[in-house]
Design a protein around this ligand. Sequence first.
Ligand code: HEM
Length: 149
Amino acid sequence: MDWLVYFHVLSIVVWIGGVAFVTAIVFPTLGSMEDSMAKVNFFMGFERRFQFLAKICVVIAGASGVLLFWQRGAFAALTSDEAFLLGYKFVIWLTFVVLLFGAEQRFMKILISEKTAPEKALRRLSIFHWVVLILSLIAIVFGIRLVRG
Ligand code: HEM
């Protein structure tokens, strides 16, 4: 069932590729915009669209990942190294699921209060996205190591 690997990797390419685009292109662009209202509208506009796409990809990546896990013999076939690699990927996946399907609003309130200046809010969001992106790229490396040792 190799098609599972295609679904797994292609959904991750679109999902993490999107996080990379938002982090490295969209946030710096927002930073260079003068008009605060235009910034907020632009942010809300792309964030809503990307969230929808990210939700679809995260569900496909998770479902294909779990099926691949069973296909390769589940826990019985796991070495301690593989358990670490897979465990890390699962924690990253779960973090995105929790954020995308519920906790984002609450998390945003922790990151940004009403009193936070727009520039400071943008900087915090940008730093948060860089951290998430780097942790996700490590998950991709771990995925390749899981298969190729
Ligand atoms: C529910 C969470 C996940 C599970 C259960 C899971 C499971 C798996 C399994 C079992 C494989 C090995 C497939 C094989 O033996 O051919 C695999 C490969 C891979 N996974 Fe995941 N994964 C998950 C999340 C992720 C995440 C979050 C990423 C990256 C952001 C990721 C990236 C990869 C990559 C790059 C491969 C290698 C594909 C290849 O080279 O053939 N996975 N995953």
